[in-house]
Write a protein of this length. Structure first.
Lengths: 468, 377
């Protein structure tokens, strides 16, 4: 197994999952890169989460009645799922097809939405949009239940076009007009939800999607140049056929899985940084009948993906989950996970409660002086804790390098164990100097664990480690 | 006087969870109060009277004192149209000044941008608590968020002091911007140095501070003390923010006991904060706003109260014109809004007054429109 194999698998697992300890990376590299991609893309081939165990230890996760409990449960899933890409794709769609706790009648509806992303998020985008339009959390969040024949509320109609499918524009042109927004809103009148009746103090009954034909606008509509007596499904049918939708899905996948792009509002006038990659994804979108798994297969097996190492700033969720996986904590639902989960919020990503319907701005916008301190201190606290099994494993591995480690061996060994990280020469030289400054490093010395831990802490504080 | 005048400073204390307006400023002169409140009630003989109609909750002695001295304004019946009874949504509305759509920027984020457009001072705004409240979030606007001022810093998890200093030295070298590394890395490098600088400066505050005021041991008290420490240290901080622990004012059940503890602690914290500033002759430039996202139901539910509308704001400071502002919302059945108090003063009026008359800023673009100015400043 070459260093290159480990590095490629580490990259793949960071993007298609939340990273992995070196032992898992080696096992996957032994199976091969393509086989690992195929396994990730077939989540059903791996066992699901053991729901009974989760609920036995965390009965509050059953009720899904509050934001913090939901976040904690999702965090546990992201750390432990044997289907990492399934959780990653749920996170992806949550960041694109946004609903927020701040405007949610009953929190559990958002958990049900996440389940929809888990089970159908890698299938057809066509089906996903249709599911989204009937998703009670979404119907309520974007006020479609307040949109009536003769008195439309444009909120859902607009965001469906602007943020969930076509995008404002591409190649400098607008993708739709204000009239299209109105037509879409009219077509979705009558798409509403049943009341979520309270059963105090045990939360509420689930709201269900309901179509009320009496409240549907049955007149003719013209949408994106096509005319007919359209209902909501017809609008989705027309949307998914548009080149703009192919561009939209391709560019979102690229931004989330490959490399940081400009923020979404700039997409109309700023072309994609790698137009060839986007074109391949667009072609696969149409070829596969809008199938997300097919697009991801093209993506993960492409050279442009493999070459795009460390070109994304990690999101807070990726940072926290990746770190906890690495140090091997919370493999079981023990107390304290709720507070651990809060770190994702402290770093600026309050899962299930995004700041706006646009979701979170990504890339360098994750980082400001406040969130950077949170991020570095959290990560350094974890990798510096020599009681964690994952940290012990790293110390143990490095102790086997030889009786005496050079400063270079310490730095490079730590980098490899963190997931084949690379540093700029300047940075690496600084860390080597730091290690040298402490004198001879004996692997049987009492200070060996601390010296390894301190080096890990110094590495996770670098700018390089902000990236994945 | 003008030559020694310092920049005005705004301190915000957020009472998260929805404070019960009726049992905070109690309308004990109105028999309807006792009709609506069968169990969760403050009796007439307990109230600390303001006049023959209303009075403070008995646990608010220190704030009553500030009121009697003329340093505290009570704005009654504050809210916004089509009130939301969701904590998150309502808090969002107060934070972004956007009652009808999901807002993008926090109002104090915009304030910080106006005060320090080039982000020259990393400490123009400081929050005490973990994670920034949305009020302080705006793209490109730095704000420090401090969980524990005594131990605040970068890489605090390296126990050995000497090791940590060396690691921080490496950190500062690694984060030094280099020519030709690209815009993103340049930004990250600057941010890293800002964070380090901010932490260094902030952590020096407790060491410069001494006071005879002894604060309570609860979180709000400790953070109010941190706010005074930071203000006294003279870092040029203009906006300081803190929040009562997560939704603590959300008193659906067992309210009387909980509310007693909450207001004993909070009122004492506010009184100590005021006294501490006085002791250091530093109260001249500070204005404190105390707010909550909504009031609670007029009728109690047996042991607590559910989410409602219309609440009160308190504005406290040496320069504040104390007294009552707005009208106490009516308790008449036909004047209630679906069982809740009707607001009569938009919260953006309170913000506008503070921004215009205290901070000297143009309030309109910050709160998103023109709102009536009150006269508490």
């Amino acid at each position: 197994m070459s260093e290159q194999d480990i590095s490629s698998i580490a990259h793949l697992m960071r993007r298609a999952g939340f990273g992995a300890p070196l032992e898992e990376l080696e096992a996957r590299a032994a199976k091969g890169y393509d086989a690992t991609v195929d396994e990730l893309l077939d989540p059903e081939s791996q066992p699901p989460m053991e729901r009974d165990i989760m609920m036995r230890y965390k009965t509050d996760w059953l009720s899904q009645a509050g934001l913090e409990g939901q976040q904690e449960e999702w965090t546990f899933r992201m750390i432990n799922s044997k289907r990492p890409l399934q959780e990653k794709i749920a996170l992806f769609w949550h960041c694109v097809l946004v609903t927020g706790h701040a405007k949610c009648e009953y929190p559990k509806q958002q958990s049900m939405e996440l389940d929809m992303f888990r089970t159908t998020g890698m299938n057809s985008f066509h089906d996903l949009l249709k599911g989204l339009a009937k998703d009670p959390a979404m119907v309520f969040y974007l006020d479609n239940c307040m949109s009536h024949a003769g008195a439309i509320n444009e909120n859902w109609g607009r965001e469906l076009l602007e943020l969930f499918s076509l995008g404002v524009g591409m190649d400098g042109e607008f993708n739709y007009s204000e009239d299209d927004v109105k037509a879409a809103a009219r077509a979705f009148t009558g798409w509403t939800v049943t009341n979520s009746i309270p059963r105090y103090p045990y939360g509420k009954y689930d709201a269900k999607f309901m179509y009320d034909p009496r409240d549907h606008d049955n007149d003719e509509k013209t949408f994106l140049g096509e005319t007919g007596n359209f209902n909501g499904e017809d609008i989705v049918d027309i949307i998914v056929r548009q080149p703009a939708t192919a561009r939209f899905v391709a560019r979102h996948l690229y931004n989330f899985f490959v490399a940081d792009d400009v923020q979404v509002p700039a997409w109309k006038d700023t072309p994609p940084q790698d137009i060839e990659a986007i074109k391949q994804l667009e072609e696969e979108y149409f070829r596969s009948n809008y199938n997300i798994t097919a697009m991801l297969r093209v993506l993960f097996k492409s050279d442009w993906f493999k070459n795009a190492t460390f070109s994304k700033v990690k999101s807070p969720a990726e940072t926290v989950i990746g770190t906890l996986k690495l140090v091997g904590d919370y493999k079981f639902p023990r107390p304290g996970l709720d507070m651990m989960t809060m770190n994702i919020r402290f770093m600026g990503q309050d899962l299930l409660n995004p700041p706006t319907v646009e979701g979170w701005h990504t890339g360098r916008e994750w980082i400001d002086s406040g969130t950077l301190v949170e991020r570095i201190n959290f990560t350094a606290d974890q990798v510096g804790n020599t009681n964690h099994t994952g940290v012990k494993d790293i110390i143990n591995r490095l102790s086997k390098v030889g009786p005496l480690l050079t400063a270079e061996q310490l730095v490079d060994g730590c980098l490899e164990n963190l997931g084949a990280y690379r540093l700029a020469d300047e940075t690496r030289n600084q860390l080597v100097a730091l290690a040298n400054d402490e004198g001879e490093l004996r692997s049987d010395g009492d200070d060996f664990p601390t010296r390894v831990a301190t080096m890990l802490q110094s590495i996770v504080a670098t700018t390089e480690y902000l990236f994945a | 006087m003008t030559s020694t005048k310092k920049d005005p400073v705004l301190v915000v204390l957020q009472l998260a969870g929805g404070n019960d307006a009726l049992n905070t400023v109690v309308p004990y002169g109105n028999p309807k109060y006792f009709d609506h409140r069968n169990n969760v009630v403050v009796s007439e003989d307990q109230v600390l009277p303001i006049n023959d109609q209303i009075g403070f909750n008995p646990n608010m002695e220190p704030m009553k004192k500030l009121y009697d001295e003329g340093h505290m304004a009570i704005v009654q019946g504050v809210g916004y149209p089509t009130g939301s009874r969701s904590h998150f949504r309502s808090m969002d509305i107060w934070h972004t000044c956007e009652p009808t759509k999901i807002g993008e920027e926090g109002w104090l984020g915009r304030v910080v941008r106006d005060l320090d457009p080039k982000s020259e001072n990393v400490l123009t705004a400081v929050n005490f608590g973990r994670g920034l409240p949305r009020a302080l979030v705006a793209p490109g606007v730095p704000a420090a968020s401090v969980g524990d001022l005594e131990t605040y810093g970068v890489l605090t998890g390296i126990d050995d002091a000497d090791q940590r200093l060396k690691a921080l030295d490496v950190f500062s070298k690694v984060y030094t911007p280099m020519i030709g590394q690209g815009a993103v890395n340049d930004y990250l490098a600057h941010t890293g140095l800002d964070a380090l600088k901010g932490a260094d400066i902030l952590s020096s505050a407790p060491g410069m501070y001494s006071s005879t005021v002894e604060y309570g041991s609860d979180t709000v008290s400790q953070y109010m003390r941190n706010i005074v420490q930071t203000h006294l240290a003279g870092f040029g901080t203009r906006v300081l923010y803190t929040t009562a622990p997560f939704n603590s004012f959300d008193t659906h059940a067992g309210q009387l006991a909980a509310h007693t503890r909450l207001w004993s602690e909070t009122s004492r914290a506010v009184g100590d904060f005021y006294d501490d500033l006085q002791e250091h002759n530093a109260g001249q430039d500070v204005l404190l706003l105390v707010f909550t996202e909504f009031g609670r139901r007029v009728k109690d539910n047996g042991s607590g109260t559910d989410h409602g509308a219309g609440g009160h704001c308190f504005i406290i400071g040496e320069q504040v014109k104390g007294g009552l502002y707005g009208e106490y919302p009516s308790l008449d059945a036909d004047k209630l809004d679906d069982g809740d108090l009707q607001f009569n003063t938009d919260f953006r009026s309170v913000y506008s007054t503070i921004l215009d008359k205290w901070m000297g800023l143009d309030a309109k673009p910050i709160v998103g429109g023109e709102f009536e100015q009150l006269s508490f400043v």
